[in-house]
Design a protein around this ligand. Structure first.
Ligand code: VGL
Ligand code: ZN
Length: 215
């Protein structure tokens, strides 16, 4: 067990996987990796993108605009996405093969129709917190390991916020996949996270370290 550590699984939902409305290439491939890691942590948190149907990030809610357009809303840049992760729909459910029995806490984000929320901690304007910081700190968590979708959006912003909030932050890069709207987006996101102080580890090395008690 990794004392004082939490595994965070970002947005591993049907819409971001094969057959979904905003599929992240290879999204399904990370499920078995994450399932293997879940038992190693005293706290496993899943975030879920959880949008109302009239959400600001959906291109369909902006007549005259299309997916991929960038608009400005309330002073913030907003990329327009296909409809995805609508509250209560199949697309918003966690991947069916993910071992839900081992998830201790679920954090919903993107629930306000007016503002997007890439990070699992705050909305994009940092107006409201999701409660994740408090939940982690109340449980004495000091170190977080981040996995999930998508490396260049929600994973990146969750990792950067975790770091800023004082958590020792690790990214398990092979347990993440990215959208790559531009082909180098994932590489850039990894550089940005590393530059900020996020540490990288493979799941294999982590499991080995946990079993030998070196972490
Ligand atoms: C995400 C785009 C839109 C993500 C969520 O989970 O990375 N990306 N909403
Ligand atoms: Zn979203």
């Amino acid at each position: 067990m990794q004392e004082n550590s939490a595994l965070i699984i970002v947005d591993l939902q049907n819409d971001f996987c094969g057959g979904g409305s905003l599929p992240v290439p290879g999204g399904d491939e990370i499920v078995p990796i994450i399932n293997r890691l879940m038992g190693c942590f005293p706290l496993v948190v899943a975030t879920q993108d959880w949008h109302p149907r009239n959400h600001v990030s959906f291109a369909s809610n902006h007549p005259g605009h299309k997916v991929g357009d960038i608009i400005e809303v309330g002073g913030l840049k907003q990329i327009l996405w296909p409809e995805h992760c609508v509250q209560g729909t199949f697309g918003a459910d966690l991947h069916p093969e993910l071992n839900r029995g081992k998830i201790h806490l679920t954090i919903y984000k993107g629930t306000d129709s007016e503002i997007d929320s890439y990070s699992g901690f705050f909305d994009n304007a940092r107006r409201r917190s999701t409660g994740l910081e408090r939940e982690l700190k109340e449980r004495g968590i000091r170190r977080v390991y981040i996995t999930g979708l998508a490396t260049d959006y929600c994973v990146k912003y969750t990792a950067l916020d975790a770091l800023e909030l004082g958590f020792e932050t690790w990214l398990i890069a092979e347990a993440c996949r990215g959208v790559n709207v531009e082909p180098s987006d994932v590489a850039k996101a990894l550089d940005q996270m590393r530059g900020a102080g996020v540490r990288l580890i493979t799941s294999e090395k982590l499991v080995a370290e946990i079993s030998t008690g070196t972490v």
